[in-house]
Design a protein around this ligand. Sequence first.
Ligand code: 13P
Length: 261
Amino acid sequence: MKKLYIGTNTKMTKTINESIAFISSLQDLTQDIREKLNLFVIPSYTTLYPVSKIINKDCISLGAQNMCWEERGQFTGEISPLMLKEVDTDIVMIGHSERRHKFYEDDIVESLKVQAALNHGFTPLLCIGETKDEKDNDISDEILSKQLKIGFSKVKNKGFKEIIVAYEPVWAIGVNGEPATSEYAQARHHVIKNTLLEIFGDNAQEIPVLYGGSVNIDNANEMLEQEDIDGLFIGRSAWEAENFNKIIRQVLPIWEKKNNG
Ligand code: 13P
């Protein structure tokens, strides 16, 4: 059976000691179900090296929150693929909404990063999502298709080891009020899957499309029940290992039921 993709991006919230404590606890708590999960954690850069020393890769994959597309040179403040290799990173997150909107990254830059990640043997996790304005103007689907088509435009050989896509509506990230409904998320996931089919042909079926944006213990089940949602990408509700473990155990039967037909 396909493993459930579920992960967290801890953003700029945990120090080295806090990241180690979180990941140690998460791997202990999920030990007995690890075979059923593609569980990943994406902590801050400075924690990657110490975390790589304690993480059990049979339980949890390690991701970086960003990466420069160049290997070396005059790119002050950037981290290169070679540096991420040194700290044993598996996944590279590309185009998180906070990178796009707070640090002005665009689709072309994301496409360079996707290509560099694949060239260096990382799994790119491309994040896409529309803003509230785009949603209100009814152009969400065009925006998502554009982000995918440009984001993957430099993937020369359309065969790849692993690519992950996360749909995170910008307006639904980090909010307490109105997260997306599962119907809305499913409709966008459907468009995303069709666009991936256009780009990658049959290989698109190998690409899990995760939902993120205020996922919590109350809405996780109905999100994962949706036909085109293949996993969950969680922020705040996953930052305590016990809470994350609760969500994982709660949704796992839903995933198993969905995959057994
Ligand atoms: P929240 O779950 O806190 O909305 O964050 C989601 C996110 O940005 C994951 O990358």
